[in-house]
Design a protein around this ligand. Structure first.
Ligand SMILES: Cc1cc2nc3c(=O)[nH]c(=O)nc-3n(C[C@H](O)[C@H](O)[C@H](O)COP(=O)(O)OP(=O)(O)OC[C@H]3O[C@@H](n4cnc5c(N)ncnc54)[C@H](O)[C@@H]3O)c2cc1C
Length: 398
């Protein structure tokens, strides 16, 4: 499941460079000349790569922390909100239930190679997102992907796919989350189970094992809509009701590797079909390690919903079967076939959520479901949520 759209080309003209410069200043990214900025991002990334894997589970320090803002969820939205708040001088702690960062912009590693089993690529339309992506392009964390791409109909006929400038993380889509998390304090493997309003109007976050995780003046909730509604229900019922109004569609993803390259003349395909929606050759993406012919398939939303509780092997067989059929290939065995169930893959609406913030409690929600079902929209939702919260909190307090 990938989303075609118009996008900006990479920075080329001096006018573009000026936009980049202005946007970087606005975002709080210090904007010295371009080369030093690139070096700064590279240094920050190297520091992050050294630090991130070992931040580990909840520490005593986290339990007693007093911070301006807590962010629940280290997907693209939560991380962009955190970056903006930190750039404006606020103290911020991010909590993520998984081991990895980036949420649905994810890479499943397997025997030394990887599948982008969530978001396939992203597009860049706004100057704000552009100002963050361009430095990542310059240091090689993001590269342009130009697949041979087609649309395949249920009768196997083919049509051109929509034109788009497509970008991917290198060596996988999860790099995006790792890059956005540079210099942030992220507590991984920590699922937030509830919020409690305690002393002096501060929020306390409680982990699922009952531990209290510090006190915060404001909270950004950036998990998918149903999970946000569940967390907020007991404390901010009106905002929780707004979150409940957004439903999210599931998506089954199948990852398959073949020892011999499949004899197809495309690297990615949209399928106009009620079972299969998308297929992409991971090995055609730039900057991947040497790997066999690896493919990620995404099921159509309604099919995924109907088969949500099926077992992995049945789903893998059903999607591979359809893929071979619609591609005009004879069946062949995959050396690896894995399936992943995205329970909350995509919001079923493109419209922004009318209300994102509860002023009296200083809780704001962010995520693609508040702004549009794409990585860039998730990023912008985090920036806007941080702006809303800054408007309420004023200056950093501690
Ligand atoms: C199969 C698939 C294909 C897609 N294809 C594309 C594409 O090609 N192009 C594109 O632009 N977009 C695509 N998308 C959409 C894109 O991935 C999302 O729009 C974007 O990643 C959403 O970011 P987010 O931060 O809003 O949410 P998420 O990425 O879902 O981040 C939310 C985070 O919150 C964490 N969390 C949840 N509950 C808790 C809790 N209680 N405590 C702590 N942490 C919690 C989660 O673990 C997660 O890391 C695709 C998505 C899927 C699933």
């Amino acid at each position: 499941m990938a989303y075609p759209s118009q996008s900006l080309p990479p920075v080329r003209s001096s006018h573009d460079v000026r936009i980049l410069f202005v946007s970087a200043v606005f975002l709080g990214i210090q904007a010295p000349p371009r080369v030093s900025h690139r070096c700064r991002v590279r240094r920050r990334r190297e520091r992050c790569m050294r630090m991130s894997p070992d931040l580990g589970p909840v520490t005593r320090k986290a339990e007693s922390a007093v911070c301006d803002v807590a962010i629940i969820g280290a997907g693209v939205a939560g991380l962009s909100a955190a970056q903006r708040l930190v750039d404006e001088g606020f103290s911020v702690r991010v909590f993520e239930k998984s081991r990895g960062l980036g949420g649905r912009s994810a890479t499943r590693r397997f025997r030394g190679f990887g599948f982008d089993h969530g978001a396939q690529y992203f597009t860049v339309q706004s100057s704000r997102f552009h100002s963050v992506i361009q430095p990542l392009i310059e240091i090689g964390d993001v590269r342009r992907w130009d697949p041979r791409i087609v649309t395949i109909r249920a009768d196997r006929s083919r049509a051109p796919a929509p034109e788009s400038d497509r970008y991917v993380g290198v060596p996988g889509m999860s790099t995006l989350g790792n890059s956005l998390a540079v210099d942030l304090t992220v507590q991984r493997d920590t699922r937030i189970a509830s919020l409690q309003l305690e002393r002096a109007d501060d929020w306390t976050l409680v982990a699922e094992d009952g531990r209290k995780l510090g006190r915060y003046s404001g909270v950004v909730v950036s998990c998918p809509a149903p999970q946000a509604a569940w967390l907020l229900g007991p404390v901010v019922p009106e905002l929780a009701a707004d979150c409940s109004s957004v439903s999210m569609q599931p998506c089954w993803a199948v990852m398959a590797a073949f020892d011999d390259p499949l004899p197809v003349e495309f690297d990615a395909a949209f399928f106009d079909d009620d079972r299969l929606a998308w297929a992409a050759r991971d090995s055609s993406k730039p900057g991947r390690p040497p790997m066999p012919d690896c493919w990620t398939l995404h099921a159509a939303p309604e099919w995924s919903a109907r088969h949500l509780d099926d077992d992995d092997s049945g789903v893998a067989a059903a999607l591979l079967d359809r893929f071979f059929d619609l591609s005009g290939l004879s069946m062949r065995d995959a050396s690896t076939a894995l399936a992943h169930r995205w329970r909350y893959a995509r919001p079923d609406q493109d419209n922004p959520l009318p209300r994102r913030i509860d002023d009296s409690t200083r809780i704001v929600v962010a995520g693609d479901w508040t702004n549009g079902p794409r990585i860039e929209a998730a990023f912008l939702s985090g920036i806007e949520a941080a702006g809303d919260l800054i408007g309420l909190l004023g200056a950093p307090s501690r």
